[in-house]
Design a protein around this ligand. Sequence first.
Ligand SMILES: Nc1ncnc2c1ncn2[C@@H]1O[C@H](COP(=O)(O)OP(=O)(O)O)[C@@H](O)[C@H]1O
Ligand SMILES: [Mg+2]
Length: 359
Amino acid sequence: MSAAGIEKLKISNFRSYKILELSFDSNPTVIYGKNGVGKTNLLEAISLLYPGKGIRRSSFHDMINLSNNISWKVEALAHRNNNRFEIETSSDGNGRVVRIDGKKVPQNNLSSSLKILWFLPPMDRIWMETSKDRRKFLDRMVFSLDINHAKRCTQYEKLLRDRNRLLKDRIADSSWYLAIEKEMAILGFEIDNRRRDFIEKLNTVLIEKNNYFPLIKLNLKDDPIESEEVFLKNLMNQRGQDLVTGRTNFGPHTDDLQGFYLEKEIDTKYSSTGEQKLSIISIILSNAKLIKEQHKVSPIMLLDEITAHLDEVRKENLFSELLSLESQFFISGTEVGIFSSLSKKTKFLELDERKKFVA
Ligand SMILES: Nc1ncnc2c1ncn2[C@@H]1O[C@H](COP(=O)(O)OP(=O)(O)O)[C@@H](O)[C@H]1O
Ligand SMILES: [Mg+2]
C-alpha cells in the first residue's frame, strides 16, 4: 500500500487568506473554529491539488482574496510512497496553471500524483438535487479510478452543444449532424460503459464491505447503451423529434444515478435526511476503498462538517472507518469536543478570526 499525503501547504491570496503556511503528518487533522473563520476555504485550497475546480466548484476568479485582487496560489510538498514532489497551482481568474516539481503540466497530471476525495454538507442533498448534479457526482467518482473519464465527458459535452446548436438553428442537412453524431456515439457508449463498470465495482464494496454504514445499491436509470452503432442509430432516428424540442433528448447526458437503501427496500430519495447523509458517507468510504484496491494508494480525504447531525454511535463508526482506511484526512467542525475520541495523535488546528492557528 502506498502512503500518500501532504506534508507542507502554503496558501497565498486565496479567499479569506492572505498567507497561510502549515505542516501536516500522516495523522488526522482536525480544523475547528467558529462559523466563517475559513475552515471550508482551507479545505477548498487543498482540493485544488487535484484536477477540477475544487470542492465548491466555483470560479477561480472568486477564489482570489478580495483585498488583493491579483491572483491566488496554493503550494504543497507532498509524497506518494518515498517519492516526494512539489505541487504549485495558481490562477489570476482565467483558468489555472499547475506545476509539479517546477514543471508546467496539464492539471490532469495531478490525479496521477494524489487522489483526493471529499464530503461537503450540500452533498447530503444529492438525492434531492437535479440529475445533472448526480451525474457530476458519479462522473467524479468514475474519474477517481479512470483519469481519462473527465476528458471523455468534456468532449462529449462539447459535441452535444454543437449538435444542439444545429437543432436550435433548424439545420436539416444530415451531413452536418452525422459527423458530430459519429463521435458522440463512440464517446457516449464509452461513458455509459465506464459508469456502469464503476457502479458494479462500487456496489460490490457497498454491499460486502460496509460494516457500519447503510447498505446502498447504485443503479443507472436508463438501460445500457448496447453499442456505438446502436447509439448512433438512436441519434439519427431521434433527429426529427430533437428538432422539435431543439435539444438532444436521449444519451448519457440525460441518464440519472439512483440509490437504493437495501435495509428498507426503498429509493434513497425517499429516505430521511439523516439516512440520505449516511448513504453518501457510505458511497464515499466505498469509493476510497476502491481506490485503495485498484490504485494501491490511500486517497486523501477532505471532510467538511461531516459529523453534523450524526448520532454518537454513527460518529464513532465514521471515525473508526476513516482510521482503518489509513488515509491522511482533514476533518472540520465548529466544536473541538466532537473529535475528542478520534486518535491521540490527531493534530488539532484552531482557526481564529485573524486566520491564524492558535494551537
Ligand atoms: N474571495 C474572497 N476573499 C476574501 N474573503 C472571502 C472570499 N471568499 C470567501 N471569503 C470569506 O471567507 C470567510 C470564511 O469562509 P468559510 O471557509 O466558508 O468559513 P467556515 O469556517 O465557516 O467554513 C467568509 O466570511 C467569506 O466572506
Ligand atoms: Mg464551512
